[in-house]
Design a protein around this ligand. Structure first.
Ligand SMILES: *Cc1c(COP(=O)(O)O)cnc(C)c1O
Length: 414
């Protein structure tokens, strides 16, 4: 477990106690939230560095304040490392997170009211891909594509037909809750046919893309956005990669269009994470993430559970609790009592409300960082199966929790 310096304990015992409790929680539970991970100590150290004290509005060599010799070096290093990791022509590492990165792309590539076509939220898309409660659905003429009701996968011919009808100025692909490979090449063909800009949002799968265990959109999409903190295992942050022709528009949209000073501590931590991701160890990690998701899916199927699309190609599985006549929220609450932390999630064509949907989303990025393998996934599937069989039995859930804690003790967290 992390060794915290005694300084904060003396300066602020109240916050210290909360931080210790969170360390404990992260150590003693099975964290299956698909967007979460454990960063290395090196990444955490950079995040907690004195770069947090520095204002650096602008870009390397073109800043508005003095004192930038080190911030310029760290931002250039982060961008160079990202370029070599993903093969991108241009990188902007300043977005505060994934949502602001997408906002910047809208700002750069579109005028308010322009048409966009993205995957609907209930089918696995993200809020910022045109959903009505988000800026992207409010200030743009947003249209959504679904998945095929039978396969529960993207029907590329149907997306193409819809694109011909809608004629979006920007087509968006990428998802937050889609367990299958995304065919970026096919999306690029559709975008080209209707003369749309293609935005590929790889927030969830960036680590898999970097490691080559999921196809990359870099050569086929006009713009690629990502977070740095999901499978990529870096600090909280966002990043935009694009063709050189869009570099100026993207950079201007991020600053001064939407943001002020970048968080240079996060930029430094991203540089560390990109260095880590450009290693054989990380490639093995990403492959293990995918192998683990497959093993977990098989384990869950063995326990008689239903999976959306029947399985997975990436780091996540989406459980459909409809056959169990269970709500996702009650299931997630019971699982948490058992020490297994997940989120409830809508499934395609969900008959329940978004706040209490029919699904559970499960990802393997965090547990794989702890060194868990396929055998461990079998055990986790067992914990989930037992908890879902006993969601109203607090005694049974406590017993599972004790087993989960004993299991977790063998897998230290960074
Ligand atoms: C997580 C996610 C985002 C947003 O990231 P935040 O850092 O939470 O703002 C954007 N797009 C997709 C597809 C995501 O999964």
């Amino acid at each position: 477990m992390t060794q915290r310096s005694p300084e904060i304990q003396q300066a602020d015992p109240e916050v210290f106690e909360i931080l210790e409790a969170e360390d404990q929680r992260q150590h003693t539970t099975v964290r299956l939230i698909a967007s979460e991970n454990y960063t290395s100590k090196a990444v955490m150290e950079a995040t907690g560095s004195r770069l947090t004290n520095k204002y650096s509005e602008g870009y390397p060599g073109k800043r508005y304040y003095q004192g930038q010799e080190n911030t310029d070096r760290i931002e250039r290093l982060a961008c160079e490392r990202a370029k070599s990791l993903f093969g991108a022509e241009h990188v902007n590492i300043q977005p505060y997170s994934g949502s602001p990165a997408n906002l910047a792309v809208f700002y750069a590539m579109l005028e308010p009211g322009d048409k966009v076509l993205g995957m609907g939220l209930p089918f696995g898309g993200h809020l910022t891909h045109g959903w009505k409660v988000s800026f992207s659905g409010r200030f743009y003429d947003a249209h959504a594509y679904a998945v095929d009701p039978t396969t529960e996968q993207i029907d590329y011919d149907a997306v193409a037909r819809q694109a011909r009808e809608v004629r979006p100025k920007m087509l968006i692909c990428g998802a937050s809750a889609y367990p299958r490979t995304i065919d970026f090449q096919r999306f690029a063909e559709i975008a080209r046919e209707v003369d749309a800009v293609l935005l590929a949002d790889i927030a969830h799968i960036a680590g898999l893309v970097a490691a080559g265990v999921h196809p990359s959109p870099i050569d086929v999409a006009d713009v690629v956005t990502t977070t740095t903190h999901k499978t990529l295992r870096g600090p909280r942050g966002g990043m935009i990669m694009c063709k050189a022709e869009h570099a100026k528009a993207i950079d201007r949209a991020v600053f001064p269009g939407l943001q002020g000073g970048p968080h240079m501590n996060a930029v430094a931590a991203a540089a560390v994470a990109f260095g880590e991701a450009n290693t054989d160890d990380f490639k093995a990690y990403a492959q293990q993430v995918v192998d683990n998701a497959r093993a977990l899916a098989e384990g869950l199927l063995t326990h008689g559970l239903r999976l959306v699309t029947g399985g997975t190609d990436n780091h996540l599985v989406l459980l459909d609790l409809t056959p169990r006549e269970l709500g996702g929220r009650a299931a997630a609450t019971a699982l948490e009592k058992a020490g297994v932390v997940v989120n409830s999630n809508s499934i395609p064509f969900d008959k329940r409300k978004p706040f209490d949907p029919s699904g559970i989303r499960i990802g393997t990025a965090a547990v794989t960082t702890r060194g868990m393998d396929q055998g461990a996934m079998g055990q986790i599937a067992g914990f989930i199966g037992r908890a879902l069989d006993n969601i109203d039995d607090d005694t049974a859930l406590s017993a599972i929790r004790a087993d989960v804690e004993a299991f977790c003790a063998d897998y230290p967290i960074p």
